[in-house]
Design a protein around this ligand. Sequence first.
Ligand SMILES: Cc1ncc(C[n+]2csc(CCOP(=O)(O)OP(=O)(O)O)c2C)c(N)n1
Ligand SMILES: [Mg+2]
Length: 255
Amino acid sequence: MARALEKYIRPGVKSTPFCPGCGHGILMGCILRAIDELKMDINKMVFVSGIGCAAWIPSPHYDGDTLHTLHGRALAFATGVKLFNPELCVMVVSGDGDLSSIGGNHLIHAARRNIDIKVICANNMIYGMTGGQVASTTPVGARTATTGQGNPYRPFDLSRLVEAAGATYVAKYSVTQPVALIRSIKKAIQHVGFSFIEALSPCPTQYGRRNRIDRPEDMIRDLIQSCILEEEAKGLTEEELAEKIVTGEFLSCQK
Ligand SMILES: Cc1ncc(C[n+]2csc(CCOP(=O)(O)OP(=O)(O)O)c2C)c(N)n1
Ligand SMILES: [Mg+2]
């Protein structure tokens, strides 16, 4: 199967910049699998990213049109592409910091306008590429390069944020749930309207090592153990839920 996806990789690209244990590589493969299973014509797609490790997922790896833009401005560029040629399938792939910290205003307003753009947000809960600074998604108490005593602020719940703003397809899965994640990416591609998938992606280098999760495989194991599907969450008490991350397809509607 891996070989079947090679045709989507730009000739000359031999490796990725991702650290061992980073989830962004898994996400990179899941997006390609969704495209392959839908038999999408990649020449009718445009991939837009901002700046950060996650922004390297499409560019330079995907052998299609990719726009690697400015930090926080992926959605502004993507909106322009979609307006210029509405026939194109425009997909934004970028990080939590890029899309919801510096790019937060573009995110809520693109969702509010329900623009037909597919957004895949690789959420590693930190600014990975620039040395592990706190992000708007960093959990309370987590240590980062800029919160040595632990983050005092509550994070954005990205899926709920874009849902409240007006997105019409919203889902959240971890890269440790690849089957559900691929299914969801396929639905987002087919959905007409603002589609947002929050893809949880471990960052052992910047997040794990500061938060006593010593080995990359421990981060993966923790995600496997804590991510549950919305249906499974229904029977759990508030206390039990505190330890869990609820994943699923939260919204799919046409306006
Ligand atoms: C205007 C501007 N401000 C700050 C930066 C530095 N910068 C580049 S990437 C980044 C954070 C990226 O974090 P995220 O989007 O979460 O991606 P990750 O590396 O975690 O995958 C920052 C602060 C920049 N390039 N441009
Ligand atoms: Mg990040």
